[in-house]
Design a protein around this ligand. Structure first.
Ligand SMILES: NC(=O)c1ccc[n+]([C@@H]2O[C@H](COP(=O)([O-])OP(=O)(O)OC[C@H]3O[C@@H](n4cnc5c(N)ncnc54)[C@H](O)[C@@H]3O)[C@@H](O)[C@H]2O)c1
Ligand SMILES: [Zn+2]
Ligand SMILES: [Zn+2]
Length: 347
């Protein structure tokens, strides 16, 4: 078997080359990968060499949103078998620390997350991965959808952190991939009135198509005044920030209703942002935040399998493995058009 991997060899440059087949540990399965998504973080590493505090040093393999078929299992593997199609949850944690033990394993300080330097990613044909981080896909879910379980899990965790429930009114700031999966998650969680804000018309079109009650172009109208008009000045119970812009983050205290909840998902480039805490206090509003997700893959997969969430509408572009350079250039240069690009991993 031939294993090939795409390495980022320098800024803005991908090279596919042959690498050894991975060795399969006792508790691991060997997966032939079929789809790997391109995440905003992959694009940042490719284009800028860094994402937040993490810096690419030397050649690096990107990619963390993936699914494929098991072709071999380690001697200690109990539940999964050869032929199972699985989605991989990319963060391997220690299992021993207080966060892991309490179930909040996404906060484990020793997490090894695919494509977060120095841990290599998965733009490759084969990967060996712990059985307990591989989640079986039912027959009616494709591996392309399987690769989208990762971003969807961020949206579902945002909805969970905001305790989105039946009849909730929600505003989502940002309509990129994360805004759209948050929209799907809020709908599936029972929200009945969902406003989506962005500054790119094409992205708002996607939000409308995926079920937003209304969309607002933040470039054309004053979002706070517009929402005041819609809610009669009362504000919105649940405000979810997924744009990662200092402007939208600063809007959240003005948009939230008395006693409401703000959920921060977007990461701004600058860690310190002007924010009106006086408004938060006068409204006794809550601020929740999101770091990836935890204990959500099985729920995400069940929601897709039962038709409660249709993630297929998120994918706007698909590329062959050999076109990975072009795929990244497209994600950078045609940002308005690309919501989610996926790479079909071929031999
Ligand atoms: N917390 C987490 O665990 C987590 C996980 C994944 C991604 N993220 C973060 O979520 C954010 C969104 O990710 P994405 O992949 O969807 O990125 P994206 O760039 O595709 O989407 C951001 C969207 O926000 C819009 N936007 C920018 N300025 C705006 C403004 N002033 N008003 C309204 N909309 C505006 C952009 O037009 C874009 O459509 C990023 O900051 C990313 O780092 C966080
Ligand atoms: Zn991702
Ligand atoms: Zn831990």
């Amino acid at each position: 078997m031939k294993n090939r991997a795409a390495y980022m060899t320098e800024l803005n440059k991908m090279e596919i080359r042959e690498i050894p087949m991975p060795e399969v540990g006792e508790q691991e399965v060997l997966i032939k990968l079929e789809y790997v998504g391109i995440c905003g973080s992959d694009v940042h590493y490719f284009h800028d060499g860094r994402c937040g505090d993490f810096i690419v040093d030397g050649e690096f393999m990107l990619g963390h949103e993936c699914a494929g078929t098991i072709i071999e299992v380690g001697s200690g593997v109990k539940k999964l078998t050869v032929g199972d199609r699985v989605a991989l949850e990319p963060g391997i944690t220690c299992g021993q620390c207080e966060f892991c033990k309490s179930g909040k394993y996404n906060l484990c300080p020793d997490v090894q997350f695919l494509a977060t330097p120095p841990v290599p990613g998965c733009y490759e044909n084969y990967i060996a991965f712990p059985e307990n981080m591989c989640f079986k896909l039912p027959n009616n879910i494709s591996t392309k959808e399987g690769a989208l379980v990762e971003p969807l899990s961020v949206g579902l965790h945002a909805a969970a952190q905001g305790q989105i429930g039946l009849g909730d009114h929600v505003i989502i700031l940002g309509s990129g991939c994360i805004g759209l999966v948050t929209l799907l998650a809020c709908k599936a969680s029972g929200a009945t009135d969902i406003t989506v804000v962005d500054v790119i018309p094409k992205r708002l079109e996607y939000a409308k198509k995926l079920g937003a009650t209304r969309v607002i172009n933040g470039k054309e109208v004053d979002v706070i005044a517009e929402m005041d008009k819609i809610t009669g000045g009362a504000g919105i119970e649940k405000v979810i920030e997924t744009a990662g812009s200092p402007i939208t983050i600063a809007q959240t205290p003005y948009l939230v209703k008395n006693g409401g909840t703000i959920v921060l998902v977007g990461l701004a480039a600058e860690p310190e942002i002007l924010f009106n805490f006086g408004k938060i206090m006068a409204k006794e509003a809550k601020i929740e935040s999101v770091f990836r997700y935890r204990n959500i893959y099985p729920k995400a997969i069940a929601a897709i399998a039962e038709g409660r969430i249709d993630v297929s509408g998120i994918v706007t572009h698909e590329f062959e493995f050999d076109q990975i350079q072009e795929a990244f250039e497209c994600a950078i240069n045609e940002k308005d058009e690309v919501v989610k690009a996926v790479i079909k991993i071929t031999d």
